[in-house]
Every structure is written in C-alpha cells, then in structure tokens.
Design a protein around this ligand. Structure first.
Ligand code: SF4
Ligand code: MG
Length: 332
C-alpha cells in the first residue's frame, strides 16, 4: 500500500495573549494510504477540524511535518503550493455557509477552475460544470439556480461538486453530514463512497459520531483534547477498543438490531471536556477516565503499538502492567 499523506507530530497552538496558549492540536501522528478513508473522531473541541485545516495549509504557523505525495507541504514554493491546492480539497460541515449566496451554482463550481486556469474556454467549462453536477446526482438545469433554492443535502452535493472541480486526489471532509437530516445522511455517505470508487479518491473524514465514521472509514483515529489516543482499522476498533475513551464512545452507540437485547453497560463520562488552554497534566483524559491511576496524573502515556496495527496511548497498556479488576468495568 502506498502512503499518500504522512503527518508527524503535528501541532497547532493558538497564542491567545499573555501566557495563554490554546493547544488545539498537540502532537498527532498518522498516515493515510492512497485510496482509503481515514476517519478522525472526537467530541467537538478535540481539535479534529483544526487538524484538517492545518493539514490543508489554512494556517501558516504550525509545528510538525505534513508530507503529501512525498513532499513537505510546509516548505513548498509558492508555485508548488498552488498546484498542491489542486490536489487537496475540503468539504465543510455547513454547506450553506460555505456557498456564496449571491453566486449561481455554475459560478460556484466554476470558480476554482477559473482560479487555476482550467478549462479557459467558457463553453468547455460549462460542460465540465454539467458533468460535475451529474457526478454528484444533480441536474444540469440546477446550474443557474442559487444555493437557497436547494435542500441541505443538495447544497452539500454542490459543495462536493465544487471540491471535485479541480480533480483532486485527496479530500478532507469536515463533518460533511452532521448538519443534514438523518434521512439524507446515508445518501451523502453513499455518494462519497461512489465518487471514491469512480475517481480513486482518498478521504480524511472528520466526525464527532463514531457510528458515522464507522460506516465509511477503513481506519480510524480517536482524538481527545488535541491528542490522538487510539488508532487502528475500523473493524479492530469495534472488536477491541483499548482506550477507555474509545470504549465510552462505543458504548454510547446503540445496537442497530432492535431484536438484540443491548446488555452492554453505558459508560457515562463524568465531568466536562477540560479546556485545551489548561489541559490536565499527564494523561489528558484522566479527569474523566473511569480507571485513572496515580501514574496518569504525572506521566503522559506513550504511543504504543499493540499488534494488529493497533496503537493506543494509555498507561493500562504499559509493559508488565497486569490489568486490575478496574479494567473489567470498562471493557465493552
Ligand atoms: Fe485512563 Fe490513565 Fe489510560 Fe489516561 S492513561 S486513559 S487516565 S488509564
Ligand atoms: Mg469541527
């Protein structure tokens, strides 16, 4: 498998004022293979959107390394950066806010092509717009209408068409279905899957809902307070969640089959998500962890490989540590 994107120790800290630093993303590492969907899941405020925006280069001052197609995106020349932007596009959570209300659908989808000098011939560009509309399940008659004339699901399709206009290789989808009615969420997910097959796309799919990420992702990274706490394949994560936070997230997903009695215990996390301005010492999850130990307050857990390409950052999995009875309480 070929790696398309490699992120190493990525950080995005916002300096809010004297001695106040918001550590939105605080040292995350992962890679994404060509053609796969990598999901990032976590509560709002965990830094997942900032991670996506940092990868695509929306902020100048960042720490760590982002290698895309073998190139370090933070050291690109201006010209390289321009063509890099063709290969990496973003789909946003709120399709309405990201579409200019005064532009027609055709203008919205054409804009990136104009900026990049693609299809300079107007007629050809229009044909391309029609094709893109068809690709996302809309009709060419929609080209001259305005965003407010469409439903939420249709607007997200327009956003997807715009993201596809430059024929990118990689798309970062930041909660692309969270704002949509449940009834249309599956349609948009299916559309994204079809486009991935047809166009050989690679996705970074960001969401706060684990059940949603599960449907679409090959591998998943779980984020908490700016850090990645667990990472493995989608199936392994559901079979064998190791981090207490992942176990809590999973326990909140209802069993889809109504005939199966759900005997699992819900793991209710105590307290609120702490502020990333003043994160807890040691393990960032310790203030809400049902099985926190003394060491968790003083030592940040290392990122450990547990076999099966399963990575976790938690002191429960320190070498030579035998799991106490406490552990069985959180096992799903
Ligand atoms: Fe809980 Fe400690 Fe593991 Fe953090 S390191 S998740 S506090 S057991
Ligand atoms: Mg967000």
């Amino acid at each position: 498998k070929e790696v398309l994107l490699k992120v190493t120790n990525l950080k995005k800290h916002f300096h809010l004022g004297k001695n106040e630093i918001l550590k939105a993303v605080d040292g995350i590492s992962f890679h994404i293979y060509k053609g796969e969907t990598f999901g990032i899941v976590g509560e709002s405020g965990c830094g997942k959107s900032t991670a996506g925006r940092t990868i695509i280069g929306l902020y100048d001052r960042t720490d760590g390394e982002v290698i895309f197609n073998g190139k370090n995106v933070h050291t690109l020349t201006k010209k390289e950066r321009f063509s890099f932007h063709r290969q990496m596009q973003m789909i946003f959570q709120d399709p309405y806010a990201s579409l200019n209300p005064r532009s027609t659908v055709s203008e919205i989808i054409s804009e990136p092509m104009e900026v990049h000098g693609l299809f300079p011939n107007k007629q050809e560009r229009l044909q391309r717009v029609y094709q893109l509309l068809e690709d996302v399940g809309l009709h060419k008659d929609h080209a001259n209408r305005y965003p407010h004339e469409f439903s939420g699901g249709q607007r997200q399709r327009i956003g997807i068409a715009r993201a596809l206009a430059l024929d990118p290789e990689f798309i970062i989808a930041d909660e692309p279905i969270s704002a949509l009615d449940v009834s249309v969420q599956a349609q948009v997910v299916n559309l994204l899957k079809r486009l991935q097959r047809e166009k050989g796309l690679t996705y970074l799919f960001i969401a706060h809902d684990l059940s949603m990420v599960k449907q679409i992702s090959d591998r998943i990274g779980v984020m908490y307070l700016g850090q990645m706490v667990e990472l493995t394949s989608s199936s392994e994560l559901y079979r064998n969640p190791m981090h207490p936070y992942t176990q809590a997230l999973l326990s909140a997903i209802p069993i889809p089959d109504p005939d199966v009695e759900d005997q699992r215990e819900r793991i209710i996390l105590k307290g609120e998500l702490p502020s990333p301005i003043n994160p807890p010492s040691g393990c960032v999850f310790r203030t809400r962890c049902p099985v926190a130990m003394d060491i968790c307050a003083t030592k940040k857990p290392d990122w450990k490989e547990m076999g099966n390409n399963h990575y976790v950052a938690c002191h429960l999995y320190e070498k030579n540590k035998t799991w106490g009875s406490d552990y069985s309480q959180v096992a799903v």
